[in-house]
Design a binder for this molecule. Structure first.
Ligand SMILES: Cc1cc2nc3c(=O)[nH]c(=O)nc-3n(C[C@H](O)[C@H](O)[C@H](O)COP(=O)(O)O)c2cc1C
Length: 161
């Protein structure tokens, strides 16, 4: 079984919709056990118990939300325990070229500092899925693709250990 955790923050529901689509994609992978948690309900033990962690935040001033940053800062208490887990990130922003990529990179940066494994994409959405406000059909598909890709990689790495 590959445990995939999706943690999100969302004030007006856009990032939450993306989180649902990411989870749907991860569930396509045989043996994936997928849990979706709003950031206020997520605990450090949820992070340590997962094989893959996918984090979504709205873009706030070109960065993740304060709630998500505070959650990630609390993960200092478990530093060293996320090493080797697979990570991914997504965001909803108010417009294009308004901080979405920097938001995703801020999340991925924390994951890299934890020693996690992050896979990019060569063709489009290089760093992770973005949506302008509520995700459209294409943006929902890119969320599903992220969930499936992360779950597949985590499953393959588990089989190899
Ligand atoms: C405090 C705050 C800061 C924001 N900063 C940005 C920003 O820098 N760039 C942007 O494109 N949108 C910005 N937005 C818009 C949100 O990213 C956007 O509405 C997003 O879809 C909200 O996601 P949610 O429905 O999951 O809360 C900001 C919104 C708020 C409330």
């Amino acid at each position: 079984m590959t445990r995939v955790l999706v943690v999100y923050d969302s004030r007006t529901g856009n990032t939450e919709k993306m989180a649902g689509a990411v989870a749907d994609g991860a569930r396509k992978v045989d043996g994936a056990d997928v849990v979706v948690l709003e950031v206020d309900k997520a605990k450090m033990s949820d992070l340590t118990g997962a094989d893959a962690i996918i984090i979504g935040s709205p873009t706030y001033y070109g960065n993740m939300s304060g709630k998500m940053k505070s959650f990630i800062d609390r993960s200092n208490a478990i530093h060293g325990k996320l090493k080797g887990k697979v990570g991914g990130a997504f965001t909803s922003s108010g417009d294009t070229a308004c901080g979405a990529e920097t938001t995703i990179l801020s999340i991925l940066e924390a994951m890299l500092i934890h020693g996690m494994i992050v896979q990019g994409r060569n063709d489009n959405k290089h760093y992770g899925p973005t949506a302008v406000e509520s995700p459209n059909k294409e943006e929902v598909e890119s969320c599903k693709e992220l969930g499936e890709r992360v779950a597949r990689l985590a499953t393959a790495l588990k089989k190899g250990t």
